[in-house]
Design a binder for this molecule. Structure first.
Ligand code: APR
Ligand code: PHB
Length: 390
């Protein structure tokens, strides 16, 4: 088989790039290790920055997002039982975020790919990139006993943190930066009315908590838990009781509880691999970087890679101009590191760190007090939360 762009990974990064390229007549194939049901069974974040929503529209995948997603103009930050609103709209001169679940967004991308006859191959086993340093790279994958080869101009590694593409780069050609946090987030999805129309980020001495939502009938809540906790340790009742303890009283009193329809623990990690290019293979999304979820940057960081990569590939195929491809890694990483900084800052400010000394705790409290009393600090939070310009 032959194509122009061979994409490893059928998550949001790979599918969005595939769709955008196809619309411009650039042939591509997506190789996904899992079944579609498996990919769509994963519950992930749900806050899209403005630029990402625009990219979905450009990919002709924005219809359901625009109909069912919610535009949010603010978020709440609560500490010591007091809730303060950060007006994203006002502090960014009219910007906002779109609340729309990653699962729904991925479903829309799959449907769009199907409608256009896009080539998305599921259950592709043993995917491997080859000859990335030559002008004739290729991919192989296995279907039962058969090994299939796909020749391409470029390989895109959009196969997430545990994917094969980053791991195929020789260790002396890539540098990895990692920070692992000493806690995780226990998340619960429930068919209940969200306790707040806007997200509430809560700092509490028992640990961080987040009130989020997918729609007016579907809520998503998280609490910080020790890494040693297992999902089985947490009954629904225990979860709701602990969440309530961490929320301001009026929020806890208004909380509607119900059976969990999904419950999972995710460890918090920051990770960046650079450069994001190895010969004619380009990394994008979680394959190259991870953030803790506190700043809602994960999916948005993936989208910014796709924005740069899409335009770089367009310039190559439409104008024979490779400057975008040559600068991709530097351009993408400059924005990625800013998202890393913001996610680290939000995480550090709002969580309980088991090894903190009292001095650290007082500084943490001061950071929050400063944020909520300073227009400049709130503007900084707001411009990062809605997404820095591409
Ligand atoms: N071969 C083929 N596909 C693979 C392989 C492999 N060896 N390894 C992983 N994959 C697939 C995974 O099954 C997954 O569907 O690659 C896809 C990667 O998708 P994601 O992990 O969702 O990563 P990405 O598309 O970059 O999405 C951005 O940012 O913070 C996160 O939650 C956010 O998942 C979102 C991500
Ligand atoms: C979510 O709804 O899953 C969510 C929202 C905001 C975050 C993290 C997760 O910062």
């Amino acid at each position: 088989m032959k194509t122009q762009v061979g994409i490893i990974g059928g998550g949001p990064s790979g599918l969005l790039l595939s769709q955008l390229l196809h619309l411009k007549g650039i042939d591509n194939v997506v190789l996904e290790r899992q079944s579609r049901e498996y990919v769509l069974g994963r519950i992930r974040a749900g806050v899209l920055e403005h630029g990402f929503a625009d990219l979905m529209r450009e990919a002709e995948c924005g219809e359901r997002m625009d109909a069912e997603g919610e535009i949010h103009h603010g978020i709440f930050i609560a500490h010591d039982g007091v809730k303060s609103r950060v007006d994203l709209f006002e502090h960014t001169g009219g910007n906002s975020v779109m609340v729309y679940g990653q699962t729904e967004l991925t479903r829309d991308l799959y449907e769009a790919r199907d409608k256009m006859g896009g080539k998305v191959i599921h259950n592709a086993e043993d995917v491997k990139p080859h000859d990335m340093l030559t002008d004739a790279p290729y991919l192989t994958y296995r279907n039962g006993d058969e090994v299939i080869r796909i020749d391409c101009d470029y390989i895109i590694g959009a196969d997430g943190f545990h994917g094969v593409s980053r791991k195929s780069i020789p260790a002396d050609q890539i540098r990895e930066y990692e920070k692992v946090y000493p806690f995780g987030w226990l998340g619960v999805l429930s068919r209940t009315k969200p306790v707040s129309e806007e997200l509430i980020y809560n700092k509490h001495e028992r640990g961080f908590a987040l009130c989020s939502l997918r729609s007016q009938v579907l809520s998503r809540y998280y609490i910080q838990v020790p890494l040693t906790d297992k999902v089985e340790d947490w009954s629904d009742d225990d979860f709701w009781a602990e969440l309530k303890r961490r929320l301001p009283v009026e929020v806890a009193d208004a909380l509607e509880t119900g059976p969990s329809i999904e419950k999972s623990i995710a460890p918090l990690r920051s990770f960046v691999a650079e450069p994001m290019r190895y010969g004619n293979m380009f990394l994008a999304g979680d394959a190259a970087h991870i953030v803790p979820p506190t700043g809602a940057r994960g999916l948005n960081s993936a989208a910014s890679d796709i924005y740069y990569l899409y335009h770089a590939l367009l310039d190559h195929y439409q104008k024979g101009d490779d400057t975008g491809l040559d600068s991709y890694s530097d351009t993408a990483l400059a924005r990625i590191w800013k998202a890393q900084r913001f996610s680290w800052w939000m995480t550090t400010m709002l969580h309980r760190f088991p090894d903190n000394i009292e001095y650290d705790n007082r500084l943490q409290q001061t950071e929050l007090e400063y944020l909520l009393s300073s227009k400049a600090a709130m503007t900084s939070l707001a411009e990062n939360y809605v997404g820095l310009p591409f």
